[in-house]
Design a protein around this ligand. Structure first.
Ligand code: HEC
Ligand code: HEC
Length: 414
């Protein structure tokens, strides 16, 4: 087995680290936790290799069960119990999930009773919608593409720019966004829901008080946390079933973790580093969405967006924060060109041209305004047509199980 192959295999078993060859054949490890780059010496690499071997010898499929008060949620293979964010003040139980489901699908929660959360996060579209940007009440167009709500329990921050710190916080936003559900205020929403006798008593039963916005958001968040996807063919392959992926998909996986560099950002059980990157999407337009910068006001966040999950990606077209790509083929073409040039393009998109020394120098002096980010232009991936097709085939093998049985209730409280 060649060195490159060995490395790819080890990176596979070590989700926190992606290890990567950099021209001219240097090894660089990128830590998923704090995003700091470190060159690794041979002795350290040896440590990683040994640790990797230990892991590689015991690839037991691990099935995790989330045990709640009165029910259990089976996490499909590939998902991790430890990554599941559950705020201490919002324990999950069956009745609360049922209430959350009802609220999620009920268009009563919008100003003219026409739009529910599920209008834009529909089970038919893998809990997303098929539009470039979403349409709210009176078909008002929003500014961004609707992400899926599948596997949201595995992230703390929500929205493309991470503007919300929890699912609870997130759920309160669309209810009063004039371009989404357009309720004039949370107070009026609470009154509207509280006036429905069925909801009033349901909230009382669970929260022992009258309807209020915090409890409403908690119920919705509890429901959302049960919408999961795992056990894709990719996961079964990873767990040792050699036949779970076909040859094209296996080549696609190798590209994903190697030449195409996707796993630099799309890594871990949910295929995201939970960080924000400027990959250039939208920088060919006149108006640019500044993304994460709007939340942090830090220069390095200009035009940066959250690395989204790639689970169920085949079902959530169109793609990117502005829904600019209709297909996975187009998306891969974009990456193959190296993204779109702009002054804030993520260094991860440009790195292959730099030596390790240049990279470290940049990172060590990062806060020194006299040493600007290295000028490197776009770095093409140089994937052949066949390789691009293989990558797309692999992405399609990330469709899994867990969310398909979740549908709208037949009726809503009166
Ligand atoms: C009109 C369409 C629309 C409606 C209605 C809507 N959403 Fe969204 N949702 C979006 C869009 C668009 C985004 C991305 C916005 C952004 O990141 O700025 C989003 C983002 C989210 C996210 C963050 C996902 C992620 O990957 O970060 C969650 C969770 C979510 N919505 C849940 C809900 C809930 C719960 C409701 C109902 C209370 C709801 N949405 C109603 C369109 C909608
Ligand atoms: C530098 C980090 C980085 C790398 C490398 C990277 N991605 Fe992404 N990916 C992102 C970010 C950030 C977004 C969202 C960007 C936006 O909307 O502006 C994204 C979005 C996507 C989307 C659209 C997801 C959706 O729900 O709309 C797909 C598909 C995707 N990436 C696949 C890939 C593939 C395939 C590769 C390798 C060829 C790759 N990515 C490499 C960070 C990265």
């Amino acid at each position: 087995m060649g060195l490159r192959k060995t490395i790819a295999k080890l990176a596979f078993g070590l989700p926190q680290w992606s290890i990567e060859m950099v021209k001219p054949y240097r090894l660089v490890a990128r830590r998923g936790v704090d995003g700091i780059y470190r060159g690794i010496t041979h002795s350290f690499l040896l440590g990683v290799l040994l640790a990797g071997n230990v892991l590689a010898e015991s690839p037991k499929p691990t099935l995790h069960t989330m045990k709640f008060e009165d029910f259990a949620l089976e996490l499909p293979t590939g998902l991790n119990l430890e990554d599941f964010y559950l705020p201490a003040d919002n324990p999950i139980n069956k009745d609360k999930v049922a209430l959350g489901r009802s609220l999620f699908f009920d268009s009563l929660l919008s100003s003219n009773n026409s739009v529910s959360c599920a209008t834009c996060h529909s089970p038919q579209a893998a809990f997303s919608d098929s539009r470039q940007v979403s349409l709210g009440v009176e078909s008002r167009a929003g500014d961004r593409n609707a992400p899926t709500i599948i596997n949201r329990a595995f992230s703390r921050e929500q929205f493309w720019d991470g503007a919300a710190n929890s699912l609870e916080e997130q759920a309160k936003v669309p209810l009063i966004n004039p371009k989404e559900m357009a309720m004039p205020s949370h107070e009026l929403l609470v009154k509207k829901v509280g006036d429905i006798r069925g909801y009033k008593s349901w909230f009382k039963r669970i929260f022992a008080r009258d309807v209020n916005i915090d409890d409403l958001a908690k119920a919705i968040a509890a429901f959302e946390r049960t919408v999961v996807s795992g056990n894709a063919r990719f996961d079964r392959y990873k767990n040792g079933n050699q036949h779970a992926l076909n040859e094209a998909e296996k080549r696609g996986l190798a590209l994903f973790e190697g030449k195409a560099r996707c796993s630099q950002c799309h890594n871990g059980p949910n295929f995201t580093d939970e960080k924000y990157h400027n990959i250039g999407v939208g920088w060919d337009a006149t108006l640019v969405d500044l993304g994460r910068y709007k939340v942090t006001r830090k220069e390095q966040d200009i035009g940066a967006f959250k690395t989204p999950t790639l689970r169920e990606i085949a079902g959530t077209a169109p793609y990117m924060h502005n829904g600019t790509f209709a297909t996975l083929e187009e998306t891969v073409t974009f990456y193959n060109m190296g993204g779109i040039a702009n002054p804030f393009l993520d260094v991860e998109m440009k790195r292959p041209n730099l030596t390790l020394e240049q990279m470290l120098e940049y990172y060590e002096k990062k806060n020194d305004p006299k040493t600007p980010a290295p000028e490197t232009g776009l770095v093409k991936l140089e994937l052949t047509k066949q390789e691009q097709a293989d990558l797309v085939a692999f992405l399609k093998a990330l469709s899994g199980q867990g969310w398909q049985d979740i549908t709208s209730p037949d009726s809503f409280p009166e």
